[in-house]
Write a protein that binds this ligand. Structure first.
Ligand code: NAD
Ligand code: UDP
Length: 332
């Protein structure tokens, strides 16, 4: 099989994106090492790989020194809380994983001569004043707002990565990922896709924050994973937007979910959270040109796969609404 001598380390492997990346890199013939401390992820996401001889899992907090035996070709640094209610609950861990964690992984990449791709985010654009967002837009972020812990950690992560590239000649890649959804998201992680699907499946009203006129552009996970793979294998070191430009208001999205679930639930309007971006849509011109990549899974299809995944979950899980308790795992 191709690539079978290449080893890739994936941090955040027990999370939503990390677990899909593990699957894809194994499929491509890589030896995959997954690393996670389970702070927002879950081992269930990796159970299906337990007998795979090309997969190894290491439970580790990447804000602590990371050491690994043997050669390493690539690192995909995806460890970080990613949902607003997660990172607002664990702000210090979020800042640490973006800063100290990234520093440790850049150091590991340097020691091993490995290429490293870091998972950055559309949040580096904050509440954007430019629409759609292009890579050369510098962003509009409130450093001290509740979302600042995530946005600034990711901005620092990008800066540190570029510094290692410039000073040490490290082979770095920066993916600016826009809202991505699909199977293995936590039903109660607070992000809008699992939140609305969970509410619809439980027969509850869908909670819209603000007037629902804010927009997002949702990318199905398989499309994103394809983009990550192509970016890693490219030779481009500046940031690249990866996302689906199909923009929709949150209200219209809620109506789509109600329609799909054939539920007679209603929309309820709650207070908008602080610094919630009003509009977000990736300009993916660069990714198209550079990687010959664009998403191919339309929202209705991706939402169908996601609905099916959540519908098949055990009923207790569907009914469990409380947010994950992080306290046992926090060492800050
Ligand atoms: P997730 O919460 O499902 O996964 C994150 C994983 O990182 C979890 O398994 C968690 O336990 C792990 N983790 C967190 N801190 C850690 C630490 N200190 N040491 C080891 N593991 C740690 O979130 P996700 O949606 O899969 O996001 C993955 C990455 O992609 C994040 O870096 C996130 O910022 C980025 N991203 C995601 C999206 C999206 O829409 N899903 C958009 C932009 C960027
Ligand atoms: N949102 C909502 N109801 C919910 C969860 C989220 O209206 O129950 C809104 C949220 O205010 C934001 C958008 O949906 O405007 C996307 O939120 P999410 O947390 O998924 O990601 P973000 O893009 O804000 O990081």
């Amino acid at each position: 099989m191709k690539n079978n001598n290449q080893r890739v380390l994936i941090t955040g492997a027990a999370g939503f994106l990390g677990s899909h990346l593990c699957d894809r890199f194994l499929l491509e013939g890589y030896q995959v090492i997954g690393m996670d401390n389970f702070i927002t992820g879950h081992k269930d996401n990796l159970d299906h790989l337990s007998d795979n001889e090309n997969f190894q899992f290491i439970e580790h907090d990447v804000t602590e020194f990371v050491s690994l035996d043997g050669p390493l070709d690539h690192i995909l640094h995806f460890a970080s809380p990613a949902s607003p209610i997660d990172y607002i609950k664990i702000p210090i861990q979020t800042l640490k994983v973006g800063s100290l964690g990234t520093h440790n992984l850049l150091g590991l990449a340097k020691a091993k001569g490995a290429r490293i791709l870091i998972a950055s985010t559309s949040e580096v654009y904050g509440d954007p004043l430019v629409h759609p967002q292009t890579e050369n837009y510098f962003g509009n972020v409130n450093t001290i707002g509740p979302r600042g812990v995530y946005d600034e950690a990711k901005r620092f992560q990008e800066s540190l990565s570029m510094a290692y590239h410039r000073v040490h000649g490290l082979d770095t890649r920066i993916a600016r990922i826009f809202n991505t959804y699909g199977p293995r998201m936590r039903l109660n992680d607070g992000r809008v896709v699992p939140a609305f699907i969970g509410q619809a499946l439980r027969g509850e009203n869908l909670t819209i924050f603000g007037d629902g006129m804010q927009t997002r552009s949702f990318c199905y996970v398989d499309d994103l994973v394809e983009g990550i793979l192509r970016l890693l294998l490219s030779d481009y070191t500046d940031p690249v937007n990866l996302g689906n430009p199909d923009e929709i208001t949150i209200k219209a999205f809620a109506e789509e979910i109600l329609h799909r679930s054939k539920s007679d639930c209603k929309l309820v309007y709650l207070e908008m959270s602080e610094n919630d971006p009003l509009q977000r849509q990736p300009d993916i011109g660069l990714a198209k040109k550079l990687l010959d990549w664009q998403p191919i899974i339309p929202r209705n299809e991706g939402i169908e796969y996601t609905f099916n995944y959540f519908t098949a979950l055990p009923k207790e899980q569907l009914l469990r609404k409380e947010h994950k308790d992080f306290t046992a795992r926090i060492k800050q």
